[in-house]
Design a protein around this ligand. Sequence first.
Ligand SMILES: Nc1ncnc2c1ncn2[C@@H]1O[C@H](COP(=O)(O)OP(=O)(O)OP(=O)(O)O)[C@@H](O)[C@H]1O
Ligand SMILES: [Mg+2]
Length: 240
Amino acid sequence: MSENFLTVEDLHAGYGAARVLHGVSLTVGQGEICAILGPNGAGKTTTLRALSGGVRARGTIRLDGTDLAGRSPDAVARHGVAHVPEGRGTFMPLTVEENLRLGAYLRRDKAAAESDLERVYGHFPVLAERRGQAAGSLSGGEQQMLAIGRALMLRPRLLLLDEPSLGLAPLVTRELFGIVQAVNEEERTTVIVVEQNAHLALGIAHQAHVLESGRIVLSGPAEQIRADEQVVKSYLGYRV
Ligand SMILES: Nc1ncnc2c1ncn2[C@@H]1O[C@H](COP(=O)(O)OP(=O)(O)OP(=O)(O)O)[C@@H](O)[C@H]1O
Ligand SMILES: [Mg+2]
């Protein structure tokens, strides 16, 4: 396990004149799940967008030795970063399988992509059952599974998940987090998950960071942060 698979240093980003990230630094080890927590508007989504090239960022983003800062989303994706945005971004009129195949569009090894389709169906059996159905006919939980499945078709080295539990029932959310954990364990995929549900995220994460007003205010092993309930409560404004 290499210590610093991902190194983010002094990241600044924003939208036009609005500065949102004011020097975010964090590291993620290879094969780890990293949780980013924080109140609304803290800059969690902006952090993921900066990492995947969706917003212009200043600072260092080094993935396994390659500097990704300032690169386009396509270039970052070619380096193995898959971003599942808030709101999921699946193509509703297309079938489940068509959506999954779109996830592999950047890949040149088409034969391997074909076997990855079965691998993704292995993680998400419900998607295999619904492979011929329009994505728009799926439940919210199934659509989130499809969005993650599509990202896995890139065979990512780094998977970025933005609020995967948004709008989902607790049981569905738990199932989804269980699958993310299984993918991490079985495929050694490094994951950064942004989550409102701190309890769930800390339950599967190795490391966690609390972001507030565009700055990291607390970092540590997930279990330690989970144990320090008062501290987390004071930052997040609710119990873990
Ligand atoms: N496209 C945009 N244009 C301008 N400002 C934006 C844009 N997206 C986000 N912001 C602003 O940037 C700040 C951080 O937003 P961001 O979405 O990163 O926060 P967040 O931590 O993901 O919040 P939430 O928990 O609500 O998802 C907020 O003040 C927000 O209003
Ligand atoms: Mg957000």
